[in-house]
Design a protein around this ligand. Structure first.
Ligand code: NDP
Length: 287
C-alpha cells in the first residue's frame, strides 16, 4: 500500500497590504518544480496590532517559516528567539525560520541584492556606489555591501527624510569598513564620474507609476558603471529601459526578488530551487 502522508508544510508572508505581493507565485512554482507538493505559501493579511497573535498562530500550526513585509519587518523582531547579526544591523527582519518552536529572524533583501550583483559579474569589494533612497531596501543593501567590503557609498535621499539618511550613515559608520557620504536630493542629481555601481532603491517607477524615473542626470551615467534597480513590478522599469537604450550594463529588481526568495526556500527546505522557473513564473504573473 502507498504511504499515506497528507501533512502540509506551510510558509508564507505576513503583510498589510499584501494582496498584490507576488511571493506566492514564485514560491509555489519553485515547490512544484522541486516535487514538494505538500509545501504551500500563504499570503496572509495581518493587522498591525495582531502581529503577536499571528506569530503564535505560526507556532501553533508548526509553520516552517514566514516572510514579513510592510508594516511588520521591524515589529516582528520583538517576538523572535534569535536574530542574525546583519538583520540586527539593518534593524529589520524579512524572513523567519521556525526550528521546532525556536524562531530565527534573518534579512534576505540585501543578500538577494548581492546575489543579483554577483550573477552579473559584479564584486563590490573596493568599489564606489551611489544609492538613491534611504528606506528599508536601501538599509538592507548598504549594510550587506558594507559588510562585503565596498570602499565608498553615497546615499542620495530627499531632504524631507534627512533623519532617515543620517540614521543610515550612522549604521554604516558603525560597521566601519566604508566611507559614507549623504547627499540631500533636491533637484537633479549628477552621478560622480568615478562611480562603479548606481542603485535605485527608491519606490520611483513602481506600479502603477510605471513612467516615473528617478530625478537623475541620465548623461552622468556612463557605460563603465553598473546600474541595479530594486523595483520588482514592473520588471522593466522606465529607468532600466532607458539604461538599456543607452547601452549601460544594468539589472532589474527581479534578480533581487528571485534571489532572496530562493534563499528563503533554501533556508526553509534545505534545498536549492530552480531560479529560472521562479523568474518565468514572476514574468507570467506580471505580464
Ligand atoms: P521605504 O518606504 O522604506 O523607502 C522608500 C524610499 O524611496 C525612501 O528613501 C523615499 O525617500 C524614496 N522615495 C519615494 N518616492 C520618492 C520620490 N518620488 N523621489 C525620490 N525618492 C523617493 O520603502 P522600501 O525601502 O522598503 O522599498 C523601496 C522599493 O524597494 C519599493 O519599490 C519596493 O518594492 C522595493 N523592494 C524590492 C525588493 C526586491 O526584492 N526587489 C525587496 C524590498 C523592497 P524619502 O525618505 O524622502 O521618503
Amino acid at each position: 500500500m502507498k504511504e499515506q502522508n497528507y501533512l502540509d508544510h506551510l510558509v508564507g508572508v505576513f503583510g498589510q497590504p499584501v494582496s498584490e505581493n507576488p511571493g506566492v507565485v514564485i514560491q509555489d512554482a519553485a515547490f512544484e518544480a522541486m516535487g514538494l507538493e505538500r509545501w504551500h505559501f500563504l499570503t496572509l493579511d495581518v493587522d498591525k496590532d495582531k502581529l503577536e497573535d499571528a506569530v503564535r498562530g505560526l507556532k501553533a500550526f508548526k509553520m516552517r517559516g514566514i516572510n514579513c513585509t510592510i508594516p511588520h519587518k521591524i515589529a516582528v523582531m520583538n517576538y523572535l528567539d534569535e536574530i542574525s547579526e546583519s538583520a540586527k544591523l539593518i534593524g529589520a527582519v524579512n524572513m523567519i525560520v521556525n526550528e521546532n518552536g525556536h524562531l530565527f529572524g534573518e534579512n534576505t533583501d540585501g543578500k538577494g541584492f548581492m546575489m543579483s550583483l554577483e550573477s552579473n559579474g559584479i564584486c563590490v569589494e573596493g568599489k564606489k556606489a551611489v544609492i538613491m533612497g534611504a528606506g528599508g531596501a536601501a538599509r538592507a543593501i548598504t549594510v550587506e555591501m558594507s559588510l562585503a567590503g565596498i570602499a565608498d557609498i553615497t546615499i542620495v535621499n530627499r531632504t524631507s527624510d534627512r533623519a532617515l539618511g543620517d540614521a543610515l550613515v550612522d549604521i554604516l559608520n558603525k560597521i566601519g569598513k566604508t566611507r559614507v557620504h549623504y547627499v540631500d536630493w533636491n533637484g537633479t542629481y549628477s552621478v560622480p564620474e568615478d562611480t562603479d555601481i548606481v542603485i535605485n532603491a527608491t519606490s520611483v517607477g513602481l506600479y502603477p507609476n510605471v513612467n516615473d524615473m528617478p530625478n537623475i542626470d541620465l548623461d552622468s551615467i556612463k557605460q563603465s558603471m553598473f546600474v541595479q534597480d530594486v523595483i520588482p513590478n514592473p520588471i522593466q522599469t522606465a529607468f532600466i529601459k532607458e539604461m538599456r537604450r543607452r547601452g549601460i550594463p544594468c539589472a532589474t529588481g527581479a534578480g533581487m526578488l528571485i534571489n532572496q526568495a530562493a534563499l528563503n526556500i533554501e533556508m526553509w527546505t534545505g534545498r536549492k530551487p530552480d531560479k529560472q522557473i521562479m523568474l518565468k513564473a514572476l514574468e507570467n504573473a506580471l505580464e
